[in-house]
Design a protein around this ligand. Structure first.
Ligand SMILES: [Zn+2]
Ligand SMILES: [Zn+2]
Length: 168
């Protein structure tokens, strides 16, 4: 998938800019990252500015995804919007890693979108920030009510004492 922006119109004038909106398909962006399932559309508003020696692409991305809550394992569907930016440079052979190449008059923004989306999804997705998770003892989803299990393991010394008392 290529999403190309032609920068010919702003090539001559420093500080000139072009802007636009992309709506694209998650599959076309080749978005896949277990355990995330990305939904469509992926929306992007973008602007490219001629900064003299280089070009700046910036904008906002909006993606939605389905994923299991990392605590309670319920399916979560969320939409996530965030800003991004990337610099492009015409000089080939530049060893500055923060610049991506301009090819002809075009910049390819699909890899930029893909990378920023994958960097911005949460490491530990949650259904809500207050998710109580699953009881490690009985397996009940504690968001649906207390299961009645003791939170801490019983003190083994007390257990011994209890046994002694019972045996009496
Ligand atoms: Zn949860
Ligand atoms: Zn329990």
């Amino acid at each position: 998938m290529t999403l190309r922006v032609n920068i010919h119109a702003i090539r001559q004038n420093k500080a000139s800019e072009i802007k636009g909106i992309f709506t694209t398909d998650a599959r076309e962006l080749e978005l896949s990252s277990e355990p995330f399932f990305f939904c469509s559309p992926v929306e992007c508003t973008w602007m490219v500015t001629n900064a003299g020696d280089f070009y700046v692409l910036e904008g906002e991305l909006s993606v939605c995804y389905q994923v299991q809550c990392s605590r309670c394992l319920q399916e979560v569907k969320a939409r996530h919007a965030f800003p991004f930016s990337q610099q492009f440079c015409r000089n080939q052979g530049t060893d500055l890693e923060e610049f991506l190449p301009v090819r002809g008059d075009e910049i390819d923004i699909a890899p930029v979108l893909r990378e920023h989306i994958l960097l911005n999804v949460p490491v530990k997705p949650l259904c809500t920030s207050k998710c109580k998770g699953i009881c490690p003892r009985c397996g009940k989803d504690k968001n649906q009510g207390d299961c009645g299990c003791q939170d801490s393991a019983p003190d083994p010394r007390l257990a011994v004492l209890e046994k002694l008392l019972k045996d009496d």
